[in-house]
Write a protein that binds this ligand. Structure first.
Ligand code: AMP
Ligand code: MG
Length: 292
């Protein structure tokens, strides 16, 4: 967290405090439900990601980041993936008027900085968990979603050109690499409504860790018009009535932006070569398991 914060501060990002609860939070949660709380008799959601709120800050702060605790009621079988928690944290960034290439560059510098700081300062700790210090080479290789699906099909995995890549497919692909790599341009309708559409594909991306560790980052350019957002909400089965303040904000006008979130425990898991992301922090929670 210190290495990441230092790198982002150096690049001019301002740290903001994330909201704990809100009347609307990120619904783009592949199979996970949002956790509700009672707020003076009204339903509020515990933050699932800071996506919507980061956009709110674009007219004023322009470059922001937060270390954001997230709660997502993931399905119980997610416990088996080694990389799903029901409570975790993301380092989330957003940058006004940036392109996806711009923020992919921010991500590459962020991951490189964290990996090299850990290698420099945490030799003993890495040894204690039996992990080797990592070295990354940037820029990371890029595959489009189409190319990723083609590779998977060549490996005998029946991935779809019109859907996100399933967890087991992503793991299989990740086993073929020894450096982190990008998957870009997911198909329309397969991701959160806030990812910007460019004809038939989205201006978005995932970073995937090598060696079977799987997804590290999701991000993209944001749809920032109310019409475009309503259209993408319809396509992804989201009820616009749940996002009153958000659509009103887009109607009032905000600058276009791009951003991403990198899972903190998944980054730790990969660097420390841990079997399960549950081991990658003090207060992690697994789907459906009661714990402190
Ligand atoms: P998303 O926008 O849903 O892709 O989330 C952004 C990032 O947060 C992902 O790329 C992961 O690194 C991390 N993340 C998402 N869901 C979980 C989860 N259930 N457990 C741990 N990390 C997660
Ligand atoms: Mg994702």
């Amino acid at each position: 967290m210190r290495a990441a914060s230092g790198q982002l501060a150096e690049e001019g990002f301002i740290q903001v405090r994330p909201p704990v609860i809100s009347s609307a939070t990120d619904p783009g949660l592949r199979g996970a439900a949002r956790a509700k709380v009672d707020f003076y008799g009204k339903p509020y959601y515990i933050t699932a990601s800071m996506n919507l709120h980061k956009q709110m800050l674009m007219p004023t702060l322009e470059k922001v980041y937060a270390i954001c605790p997230c709660v997502r009621l993931e399905p119980p079988h997610s416990r088996e993936t080694g990389r799903h928690l029901a409570e975790f944290a993301q380092i989330e960034i957003e940058c006004a008027r940036a392109s996806m290439d711009d923020v992919m560059g921010v991500a590459e510098r962020l991951v490189s900085k964290v990996v090299s700081d850990v290698a420099t300062h945490c030799g003993k700790e890495l040894e204690a968990v039996g992990a080797k210090p990592k070295k990354v080479k940037t820029p990371f290789q890029r595959l489009t979603h189409r190319e990723a699906v083609e590779r998977l099909r060549a490996l005998g995995f029946g991935a779809s050109y019109t859907k996100e890549i399933p967890w087991d497919g992503e793991k299989l692909l990740s086993m073929q690499f020894d450096q982190p790599f990008w998957i870009t341009h997911y198909p329309d309708g397969s991701r959160g409504f806030y990812d910007k559409l460019d004809t038939t594909s989205l201006l978005d991306f995932d970073l995937v860790y090598p060696g079977g560790y799987g997804e590290a980052i999701s991000g993209g350019e944001r749809e920032h018009t109310p019409e475009g957002t309503r259209r993408q909400m319809r396509k992804t089965g989201i009820d616009p009535r749940e996002f009153g303040w958000y659509l009103q904000m887009l109607g009032d006008g905000i600058p276009p932006s791009a951003g991403f979130g990198i899972g903190l425990e998944r980054l730790t898991r990969w660097i420390c070569e841990l079997d399960h992301v549950y081991e990658a922090g003090p207060f992690t929670k697994l789907a459906g398991v009661y714990s402190a």
